[in-house]
Design a protein around this ligand. Structure first.
Ligand SMILES: Cc1cc2nc3c(=O)[nH]c(=O)nc-3n(C[C@H](O)[C@H](O)[C@H](O)COP(=O)(O)OP(=O)(O)OC[C@H]3O[C@@H](n4cnc5c(N)ncnc54)[C@H](O)[C@@H]3O)c2cc1C
Length: 555
């Protein structure tokens, strides 16, 4: 078959030189045109008459905005110390080499060119936001000293803050010194190096048994999607690759532990999915310790406290990965303090339903750095209670309560997050046990919803949708025919990889576990990458690591 095909190809090439010449000329011309236009693409000066839009950040929120913003309407400037976008859902894969780290990033300049967005990018960090004079101070991140001449100011008419968030250690002793985070590419590289170094050290004849046990105990703090995915990737790496190259003994000492403060992992997912994940981990030998807090991290030990009994224990570790909690960045905190009483939530930049920063008119906050202040349901209680379609016989039945939630979840995001707990909440607040919620019982229920669920989850999905919303808002600014609806989050479900080519998927309509969810996850993530180049690289990595193994060299 092979030789037959080759000979047919040879005959075709000999007989059709004009087609080949034509195709080569067209492709060559297209290629040259592309690179010629590229050469001058970023050189065009910003025209004076357009309003200036400054975007801080190059993460999910900012890149989604930039892909949709109309650069004919604004002089767009982007500021970020990172000249690339990180596709975070694949970051846990890079810690063990399932995907190469440079394949899950995209250059900001290339993305701008691909979308033909004539915007200026500055590799700098925003250090101060002066909303009274409409300017941002930025500093050169590559400078060696605190030279003030290395900072510059960017004036703006519109400002978008998409600065993301920092890791939250909850003031736990020793986390910065001895644990590793999993938020950036540098973190992923450091984790990979540490895993391999620990295995190499454990394999030395001079290493004692006790030391081997310590080196190969990997502790993951936080049972959210990031912690779960890292544990799953680490399990696969050890079982598929490292166990082949290191003495069987190393596998004997290996221990992977997830420590979670709540009563289960994947707390934001459906209960059944969390149960499935924990059972899967049990089968794979990954230990899950729930209702336990980490109280301190040392160079070689980690302290746990059982939330129920308050009993404290100390365990040796070879690596601690801190995968829980986020907090406000210092530059955002500084900006919030200038806004005084407009910013009452210390945990994030408060924005209104249209994502405008409270206390400003031309500054928007999107992604992990911001939180939407929802209109409290409690203040609407009287008008809600008077709606005849829900209140029957002086109260709400479970069916009318369900209908009420379904009808109002678009406007009141806190209802959206009651998720699968409706029955549980109804039962809890039906104190008279008459299958009917009276007004006072209903008030208590919505107070609970108001108090607990006031923020959207800090996910790429939320950030990307907010970026897209602000792009549309800015594109239509001043257009009286275009009314701006409040931002409505559309949850499209969440994936988490749980190991051995299995994943879980949770959405309002569909719940998936196993191989189908794994392929669904890969397809969904690949479709979200900006370039075909990244899609090709990642598909290749997934195929290669599956069939030929991951890299085990330390560099
Ligand atoms: C390992 C991991 C896996 C994840 N997996 C998922 C997932 O599967 N699904 C999901 O929905 N979410 C996931 N997330 C969450 C998701 O990545 C975040 O919610 C998302 O990145 C938030 O986007 P953002 O634009 O607000 O912030 P970021 O993406 O963090 O971007 C912040 C940007 O601000 C820039 N910046 C920082 N400081 C400054 C400064 N001083 N001046 C200028 N720029 C600055 C940064 O360089 C960066 O470009 C994951 C997160 C992690 C860490």
């Amino acid at each position: 078959f092979f030789f037959g095909s080759m000979s047919r190809l040879g005959t075709f090439l000999r007989k059709s030189p004009k087609y080949i010449f034509g195709a080569a000329t067209i492709s060559g011309g297209a290629y040259l045109y592309q690179w010629k236009s590229f050469e001058f693409f970023f050189d065009e000066p910003h025209p004076e008459d357009k309003p200036r839009l400054v975007v801080l950040g190059t993460g999910w929120a900012a890149m989604s905005l930039l892909s949709e913003i109309d650069c004919e309407k604004y002089n767009v400037s982007i500021v970020s110390p990172r000249n690339y976008f990180v596709f975070t859902p694949f970051l846990p894969c890079t810690t063990v080499g399932t995907i190469e780290w440079n394949h899950c990033i995209e250059s900001v300049r290339r993305v701008l060119f691909r979308f033909r967005k004539r915007a200026k990018y500055y590799e700098a960090a925003a250090s101060d936001i002066d909303f009274e004079n409409n300017k941002v101070t930025c500093s050169d991140v590559l400078k060696k000293d605190d030279d003030p001449t290395k900072s510059f100011e960017l004036p703006y008419e519109q400002l978008v803050i998409a600065l993301g968030a920092d890791n939250n250690t909850f003031n736990t002793k020793g986390v910065y010194e001895h644990a590793t985070f999993l938020k950036s590419l540098e973190d992923a590289k450091a984790i990979r190096k540490r895993i391999l170094n620990n295995f190499e050290q454990a394999a030395l004849p001079s290493t004692t048994e006790e030391e081997r046990r310590r080196l190969l105990h990997f502790v993951i703090v936080g049972g959210g999607p990031t912690g779960v995915e890292f544990a799953a990737e680490l399990h696969d790496y050890v079982h598929d690759d490292l166990s082949k190259y290191f003495a069987k003994e190393c596998k004997k000492y290996l221990k992977i532990t997830i420590v979670e403060g709540m009563d289960r992992v994947l707390n934001a997912f459906d209960k059944e999915i969390a149960k499935y994940t924990q059972e899967k981990f049990k089968r794979n030998g990954v230990e899950v310790i729930t209702k336990t807090f980490v109280t301190g991290v040392g160079g070689e030990t980690i302290d746990f406290m059982d939330a129920r009994t308050k009993e404290r224990t100390t365990h040796p570790h070879g690596l601690v990965v801190w995968a829980t909690g986020i907090t406000t960045k210092p530059v955002v905190k500084g900006f919030m303090s200038k806004l005084g009483t407009h910013q009452k939530n210390a945990r994030a930049l408060t924005v209104d339903g249209r994502l405008t920063v409270k206390g400003c008119t031309n500054v928007y906050g999107i992604g992990d750095c911001s939180t939407i202040q929802c209109e409290k349901l409690e203040t609407l209680l009287d008008s809600l209670w008077n709606q005849q379609e829900y209140v029957k016989d002086g109260g709400l039945t479970f069916e009318t309560f369900q209908k009420f939630v379904a009808d109002h979840r678009k406007q009141h995001v806190q209802l959206d997050f009651l998720g699968d707990r409706l029955e549980q909440l109804f039962e809890k607040h039906d104190t008279e046990k008459n299958a009917l919620l009276s007004k006072s019982e209903f008030k208590k229920l919505i107070q609970e919803a108001d108090s607990k669920i006031t923020a959207l989850p800090p996910t790429a999905q939320v950030a990307a949708q907010q970026g897209s919303y602000i792009a549309q808002r800015l594109n239509h600014l001043g257009d009286t025919r275009h009314s701006v609806m409040p931002f409505a989050y559309n949850h499209r479900g969440s994936f988490a990889y749980v190991g051995s080519d299995e994943a879980v998927y949770d959405s309002d309509m569909i719940k998936l576990k196993g191989g189908a969810a794994f392929w669904g996850r890969n397809t969904a993530y690949l479709s979200k990458l900006f370039s075909w180049e990244s899609k090709r690289n990642i598909m290749w990595d997934l195929f290669w690591s599956k069939w030929f193994g991951r890299d085990i060299a330390t560099y």
